[in-house]
Design a protein around this ligand. Structure first.
Ligand SMILES: Cc1cc2nc3c(=O)[nH]c(=O)nc-3n(C[C@H](O)[C@H](O)[C@H](O)COP(=O)(O)OP(=O)(O)OC[C@H]3O[C@@H](n4cnc5c(N)ncnc54)[C@H](O)[C@@H]3O)c2cc1C
Length: 499
């Protein structure tokens, strides 16, 4: 199967050319606007509970995550890491590196194949089979109780706005004229850009810079902040900067991109750092400087839904908008724009909108991960947030170089850092930097949601050798702090007496 066929398979699932919208029902329990993760989870969940549901999608079912986000980016990163492992063969075998030129086109083709395969979960036909009325077309509110799509009027008891977000376009002089890539176009590339400038030092920028560098592009990454991932702990961001430099990426932090000029097919980009101006010449520019909520063109005024262009649809803690019949979920309303947050908030909406639930956004424990190598994962509060809230905290840190499995795997860069409320074992938050940090953080999330303290975590037998042992070791470190000088001397005297 060639690439075109993979894309055709994807479209057959998420935007079938022969699709006919159904006859609308006289009234729906729930009308869902947008079929990204939030919309799909809301629609499937409500239909499974017996609700009459309509789902409206103007572009591709699956939204960003499947088509232009998590799925293609993680497929590409996996292929990129493979080439780096090959390059590091001497660390594992003591022999010469395996010389293999990264196959960029092959990695892209693999990504398209896997994305097409996964798309069956989000297909229009699957949702139709689940009992959802799927309408393909641009949805807009006609009034406080009606959404219009492709000439049909969908009357609702409740509705959920799940229209997601899009790449923010920075106002850089000459950028639009020179042309640039965003997450919506970068995965269409079939040829490797020889030189790539990534603008933005957030998760998207860091992941894509590493993926393209490992697949053979010369990459420069420019970020306005002094550190990558400004939301993360400083030491985690420093390890990431170091890792990107090792990949041969030119790191330009505390740097403003001010101007782009097109000359002889090259993009000449002006970068300013501490009033010093330099120019880099590249073939492509990828912009990842944040997300803008999709609130335009929905006629939210007619529905009585308040919003703004920076933060999106305004919701209360129950995800209800200023129109009490209308809720919002996912990127369009949230500060934390992640697929698992789109999923979690859609579940809240089902309960609150259809069943008098009182589930709260503020009650969620939210993990996230940046999938670079090493990965940077976090859950709960950061040190600064603990201080702001006046929580006295104690931190337990275990370097991955102290964990046998990480050493054996050659993956000892990073750490597990767990914050507890001082004087207790209550976990307030954790940051993990490790090759599999995204998997490891889930153990801490489970503990936090279930109210399990670090003392109990240390009692859990962890299989040996695993990288998650680092978490148990943090628990052991906590336990050692409970051994006061008095208890220590008592124990010493008892053991001396019993010899
Ligand atoms: C490159 C990249 C990588 C990412 N990687 C990760 C990751 O690894 N892990 C993670 O958790 N998150 C990741 N994210 C974030 C994740 O993709 C989003 O948080 C998630 O897709 C949000 O889901 P959503 O349903 O809110 O919105 P979306 O997925 O954006 O879906 C919204 C849908 O609404 C439709 N729509 C908009 N307006 C209308 C209208 N008027 N009528 C009908 N339909 C409409 C859109 O076409 C779209 O299909 C990544 C994002 C990017 C860009």
């Amino acid at each position: 199967m060639n690439e075109t066929a993979y894309d055709a398979k994807l479209l057959a699932n998420v935007r079938p050319a022969d699709w006919t919208n159904p006859q609308p029902a006289p009234s729906y329990n729930l009308v869902v606007l947008g079929a990204g993760t939030a919309g799909l989870v809301a629609a499937a969940g409500a239909a499974a509970l017996g609700a009459r549901v309509a789902l409206v999608e103007k572009n591709l079912m699956g939204g960003d995550c499947l088509n232009f986000g998590c799925v293609p980016s993680k497929a590409l990163l996996r292929a990129a890491h493979f080439y780096t492992d090959l390059h590091h063969a001497p660390r594992f075998t003591g022999r010469a590196p395996v010389h293999s030129e990264p196959d960029f086109a092959g990695a892209m083709e693999r990504m398209r194949r896997l994305r097409a395969h996964i798309s069956r979960h989000d297909s229009a036909k699957r949702f139709q089979a689940l009992g959802v009325d799927v309408f393909l077309g641009n949805g807009t509110f006609a009034d406080r109780r009606t959404i219009e799509v492709a000439g049909a009027s969908l009357r609702f008891q409740k509705a959920v706005i799940a229209t997601g977000s899009r790449a923010a376009h920075p106002p850089i002089e000459g950028l639009a004229a020179a042309g640039f890539l965003t997450n919506e176009t970068v995965f269409n590339l079939t040829e490797r850009p020889r030189r790539l400038l990534v603008v933005g030092g957030g998760p998207l920028g860091c992941e894509m810079a590493q993926a393209f560098a490992r697949l053979g592009s010369e990459v420069v990454i420019a970020g306005r902040e002094r550190y990558f991932l400004p939301d993360e702990e400083r030491d985690a961001a420093e390890i990431l900067a170091d890792a990107l430099r090792r990949d041969g990426i030119e790191v330009r932090l505390n740097t403003e991109v001010t101007r782009v000029t097109l000359r002889d097919g090259e993009k000449h980009v002006c970068l300013v750092n501490d009033n010093q101006e330099t120019t880099v010449a590249v073939d492509e520019i990828l912009v990842g400087v944040g997300r803008a909520p999709n609130v335009e063109g929905l006629n939210l005024e007619a529905a009585g839904v308040e919003y703004d262009h920076e933060h999106g649809v305004r919701v209360n803690d129950y995800l209800q908008t200023s129109n009490r019949r209308i809720y919002a979920a996912g990127d369009v309303a949230l500060e934390r724009k992640f697929t698992h947050m789109a999923d979690a908030t859609a579940r809240i909406v089902i309960q609150n909108a259809l069943f008098w639930g009182r589930k709260k956004l503020s009650a969620l424990t939210i993990p996230w991960c940046t999938y670079t190598d090493p990965e940077i994962a976090h859950v709960g509060l950061h040190v600064a947030e603990c201080r702001e809230r006046g929580f006295p905290l104690k931190t337990f840190t275990v370097p991955m170089s102290d964990v046998d499995r990480a050493v054996l795997d050659g993956e000892e860069r990073g750490f597990v850092k767990i914050h507890v409320r001082d004087g207790t074992d209550t976990i307030l938050g954790a940051t993990i930097v490790a090759r599999h940090a995204g998997e490891m953080i889930n153990e801490i999330s489970v503990a936090m949601v279930a109210g399990i303290g670090l003392k109990t975590v240390s009692r859990v037998i962890h299989s040996y050798p695993t990288q998650a042992e680092a978490i148990r070791k943090a628990g052991d470190a906590y336990n050692r702090t409970r051994l006061t000088p008095f208890l220590k001397s008592l124990s010493r005297r008892w053991l001396a007496w019993s010899r």
